[in-house]
Design a binder for this molecule. Sequence first.
Ligand SMILES: Nc1ncnc2c1ncn2[C@@H]1O[C@H](COP(=O)(O)OP(=O)(O)OP(=O)(O)O)[C@@H](O)[C@H]1O
Ligand SMILES: [Mg+2]
Length: 278
Amino acid sequence: MSVLEIRDLHARVEDTEILKGVNLTLESGEIHALMGPNGSGKSTLAYVIAGHPHYEVTQGDILVDGQSLLEMEADERCKAGVFLAFQYPVAVPGVSVANFLRTAVSNVRGYTAQAAQAEGKNATIGSNLMPMREFRKELTDKMKAYNVDPSFARRYLNDGFSGGEKKRTEVLQMAMLEPKFAILDESDSGLDIDALRVVADGINKLATQDRGFLMITHYQRLLNYVTPNKVSIFHGGRIVMTGGPEVAHMLEERGYGWVEKEFGPAKSSTQSAEAVAA
Ligand SMILES: Nc1ncnc2c1ncn2[C@@H]1O[C@H](COP(=O)(O)OP(=O)(O)OP(=O)(O)O)[C@@H](O)[C@H]1O
Ligand SMILES: [Mg+2]
């Protein structure tokens, strides 16, 4: 069993503190839904876990099985078993889905590092790859299993993909990378009913006892298909409440107005007057 621990995490972007003491423990086998109003810092939390260089951690820690991620580069975090599906995935023209996945899988599974060690060199990402035939077979099988059209292997990553196609491709990425922890930022946004089912089916298939999910979502609709063990409300840069699936139903009924009344204004910005004037 593995555990992802976020301890009293504070982070800022430029002069603005966005995360203000996030505490969360995610164990393998758990599905934890994170819900909260726009601008409360949910995506920021996902970016900080993934190691986006734009965000500065000012306090606290993020640990996988006791090992801190903070000093690791994004690719090392990926190797440590953390996968992030972005709210707005970027297009990478010139890099096909198949090439991207072969490079990523080779890095995560250690092909790149092993081959480099054998030659007494430093591992360069993309240099030593999983054998093509083996990779192809696995990719084809998983595209079938996760309902991704085979033509996508040759297409440039996210380039001209519809919203739904991007989200399906993320599920495929997860299936290939087999992370210990997956953080999904609004994997349900922009999906039609059928695509929502495909994505939900994929998540359910991947939600095994040796994997934990943190699902950032705004609506109950994804949670109708993927049942969370825990639901937390994110507000003003931290988690203000954690419960079971009933919390999501309550939010659906009551909205966030009462959260604001109970826990203060939603805007997570505490930018100083001087910083604003500057
Ligand atoms: N690079 C940045 N520069 C300035 N402000 C930023 C930056 N990145 C994030 N913020 C601010 O941080 C706050 C939190 O943003 P974040 O994207 O984490 O919210 P969110 O909870 O994911 O919202 P949504 O539900 O709309 O996706 C917002 O007020 C946003 O404008
Ligand atoms: Mg967001």
